[in-house]
Design a protein around this ligand. Sequence first.
Ligand code: FAD
Ligand code: SF4
Ligand code: SF4
Length: 474
Amino acid sequence: MLKFVDIAAKRPDKRQALERRRDWREVYRDFAARRAVEQASRCSQCGVPFCQIHCPVQNNIPDWLMLTAAGRLREAYEVSSATNNFPEICGRICPQDLLCEGNCVIEKGFDSVTIGAVERYITDTAFQEGWVEAARPALERPESVGIIGAGPGGMAAAEMLRRRGYQVHVYDRYDRVGGLLIYGIPNFKLDKAIVERRAKLLGESGIEFHLQFEVGRDAALADLRARHDAVLIATGAYQARDIKVPGVGLDNIFAAMDYLTASNRKGLGDAVPDFDSGALNAAGKNVVVIGGGDTAMDCVRTAIRQKAKSVTCLYRRDRVNMPGSLQEVTHAEEEGVSFAWLSAPEAFIGEGAVEGVRAVHIHLGVGDASGRQTPQPIAGSSHILLADLAIKALGFDPEDLPLLFAAPELEVTRWGAVKIDRASMMTNLDGVFAAGDIVRGASLVVWAIKDGRDAAAAIHHYFGARAVPLARAV
Ligand code: FAD
Ligand code: SF4
Ligand code: SF4
């Protein structure tokens, strides 16, 4: 350990941008075993590990780095998977620059330990070696839990509950397990096979998935409450924020999730009429994406791979004030995306279908109450960007669940997020819990996993408090 002075920080080899533009494979190649051991050995084994404190699931990072450096990979996997249900997914898509790695204390003067890449390497190796197994509860318990939503929050909760022997049923309106891991996040960040192998293991552990089952259409919340002893709402945040400018109703202006879902479905081999008709396909088009978060980055990079003629990201602040991970911005720049910083849309123009976006330059004024500088349009700076396809990636809010679930008694915040008691994770309805983006608003996969784990522990506690007798193992 402590080799950070002699050994420079190295990520797994990054594929050339020209090669990346031509396919949908992930940006980084796998870590070679020697490189993973070497990089893990750079950790200085801090007494107070800030990396761990800033990891939402509180991964025991110094320990699994030490075990990896010692070549004790199976133990490294045991430690890493004790706090995180899907370490190989977080190792790929956590914004590490904002979380663990950004808080590694050797960062000043020395590049931080490449924590995410080592985490991914440990679990990928565990899968190759056959160490990752479906949960096998020692006891079967009679209580049944209904989980609404098969995204990372619902998946993590389902696994934790199943490990304790509960009868777990997961309902999802999509036809596949994974939520945004499947239909939001593109392959070049997270290969779908990585999610599918997790879904398979969950099924093998005895979790029952009810797919294409939409709560609100196929059942009301009250029906699920009658069917199960507890219900967990993990439905994510899908209400796309819109933009109120003239021309927003023109054809070929789409919400980011419509665009990304079509692309992901196509990649999975589904028939996608709106893609095949050309409407949701960027090939040969001038594409303008509005927004500066990770969703916008996924859209611009998807458009590049679909062979768009030009791809521009329009964002009203500057590079340092992007809400998304700077690593993603760098990848997009390398792949040929143009960034129109400090620019905001004034109107969409065109006859029937969009032909351009009229944008105005922005000056960042004094900070507001949160400290963020307020964007102010610069008079006389209007200009036109050509666009045959415009994508709105302005963020998401929770849907109106009390209305959708026919449960007006379910309490939500004024932004529509489901209200929970932080200690019990329970909503105002007895036995109904909530976790993930539906509680936090649009957030991160690792936070959804953390919430799913916490909700499972809270549901277990709820049953303990109710003292329901155990059944024998079958
Ligand atoms: P979701 O993943 O949204 O899953 C919710 C599930 O509930 C879905 O499967 C949905 O079909 C289902 N559902 C909803 N309503 C119903 C209903 N009425 N009945 C039945 N089922 C229902 N985070 C990162 O950490 N890194 C990234 O790189 C990253 N990139 C992102 C890119 C995009 C394009 C987007 C949109 C988000 C990204 N995120 C990223 C955020 C991350 O995906 C979410 O924070 C996370 O998936 C939230 O998990 P969840 O389980 O709460 O909800
Ligand atoms: Fe870092 Fe995310 Fe892994 Fe935590 S889960 S160690 S934040 S990559
Ligand atoms: Fe190791 Fe960096 Fe974490 Fe310290 S902060 S324990 S050096 S990874």
